[in-house]
Design a binder for this molecule. Structure first.
Ligand SMILES: Cc1ncc(COP(=O)(O)O)c(C=O)c1O
Length: 426
């Protein structure tokens, strides 16, 4: 019988990794108190829990005016609209991210211009972004991916040169710091998601950090059906102007959950970071495994997923076979996103749901060549689940041991590869 769990052998890790989200009686009590208060949401916005969340989240990141809202997609759309970026404008986004980073500009009427990533960090290649600037470019959305951060010094220098609005997509970077400054406080805006899988969650939700009180007031009005808000985005202020808005408010129930999550967040982040450093040591011993580069200016790493790369030639396996086999060994992982240019959203010939027909007139997504993102997505990237990093050294040891075990049986796995790919969609 094979030694590999995916081929019928014994599983290396038999104890499940800890569940996410974490909850206890405090969450139940917090939601229950909101239910009993009768103030579940609505307006005047923000309600007391949402206002408290705004204050405490800005404190966690160390700056900015926080405007809580419905999710981490509308945060980016609202940021663009608050900065008057819209019809016909171009917004630079990286090729390796969740599609919200590109669909948010489209929702605001702008055209996402997709640029390649840096092989060492898997974050936006700032030189590629510089080459993509045209007279229509108005904004740039660097994504702090997985456990990484973009080179924010280079991004801000590029933005200053071309007068671009910077929206940091921090859906993976709650608590992270660059040169001591919180993710999301360096650009004009920082966009955070509180969706279920994120490291600070309310089930659904988002927070937009704004650099100025004026931008925050405008963002708060846009998400509150256009009602005018005071500078800083706090209470309604009818002495100020109405905006064209929608309803993207966060409910008080969600805010209450996020507030309890905030109490747990520092200890969880520290635990993940300590175990990530331990994982770095374990993985660096494995032939064909490459750790993503951590810039020394990325002073606090606080992550969503631990991403590493395999060199298929040296490691002996493509990333999809490794991930399928790891999953079978009881180690939660994923091959990660598709390269953005391959999303059916940008390939009208692949999908009926493709981009509105107006977009290809302005920008031809079909001919994009983004070799670094394609290499990461098709061959190299492995995303380890954050729960592994909340399971102590033995959990990390198991994950590293599973990777080594699979590598030792690479020949057998490659031989079974085609069948497995069909069966597991690995
Ligand atoms: C990089 C990135 N940006 C944006 C989002 C969108 O956040 P939400 O799901 O809260 O809309 C997500 C995740 O969901 C994400 O991973």
């Amino acid at each position: 019988m094979s030694e590999l769990a995916i081929l019928g052998g014994p599983k290396l890790r038999t104890t499940p990794y800890p569940a996410w989200p974490v909850w206890d009686q405090r969450d139940v009590d917090a939601v229950s108190a909101v239910v009993k208060s009768g103030r579940w949401g609505g307006y005047p916005y923000p309600g007391p829990k949402t206002a408290e969340l705004a204050r405490k989240f800005a404190d966690l990141q160390g700056g900015g005016y926080a405007v809580p809202m419905a999710n981490g997609t509308v945060t980016m759309e609202v940021a663009l609209r608050a900065a008057d970026v819209g019809w016909g404008d171009e917004v630079i986004v990286p090729a390796y991210t969740f599609q919200a980073t590109a669909s948010a500009p489209m929702a605001a009427g702008a055209i996402p211009v997709i640029v390649d990533i840096d092989r060492q960090s898997y974050c936006m290649d700032v030189a590629a972004a510089a080459r993509a600037v045209t007279p229509k470019t108005r904004a740039i959305i660097p994504v702090h991916l997985g456990a990484g951060m973009c080179d924010m010094d280079a991004i801000m220098a590029l933005a200053a040169k071309y007068h671009l609005i910077v929206i940091e997509d921090c859906a993976h970077a709650h608590g992270a710091k660059w040169n001591g400054a919180g993710a999301g406080t360096i650009g004009h805006f920082g966009s955070f998601s509180l969706q279920s899988s994120k490291t600070l969650t309310a089930g659904e939700g988002g927070i937009l950090l704004c650099q100025t009180p004026e931008l925050a007031a405008k963002a708060a009005a846009i998400i509150d059906c256009g009602r005018p808000h005071a500078l800083g985005g706090g209470a309604e202020d009818y002495s100020r102007e109405f905006q064209v808005g929608g309803n993207f408010r966060l409910s008080e129930l969600a805010a209450a959950l996020a507030l309890v999550g905030l109490e747990r967040f520092p200890a969880q982040a520290q635990q993940r970071e300590e175990m990530a450093a331990y994982m770095d040591e374990s993985l660096s011993e494995i032939k064909g495994v490459r750790l993503l580069k951590r810039d020394p200016r990325h002073t606090t790493r606080s992550f969503y997923r631990y991403i590493f790369a395999v060199d298929p030639e040296k490691f002996g396996l493509e990333h999809d076979l490794l991930c399928g086999a790891l999953q079978a060994e009881g180690v939660d992982c994923w091959v990660g996103y598709e390269a953005m240019n391959n999303y059916s959203l940008f390939q009208p010939q692949k999908s009926k749901l493709a981009v509105p027909s107006a977009f290809p007139q302005y920008f031809d997504f079909t001919n994009m060549v983004l070799p670094e993102a394609e290499h990461a997505c098709e061959h190299a990237a492995v995303w380890l689940d954050e729960a592994i990093f909340r399971s102590g050294q033995s959990g990390v040891d198991d994950a590293a041991a599973a990777i080594k075990k699979i590598q030792q049986h690479a020949a057998e796995l490659n031989a079974a590869g085609e069948i497995l790919r069909d069966r597991h969609g690995a």
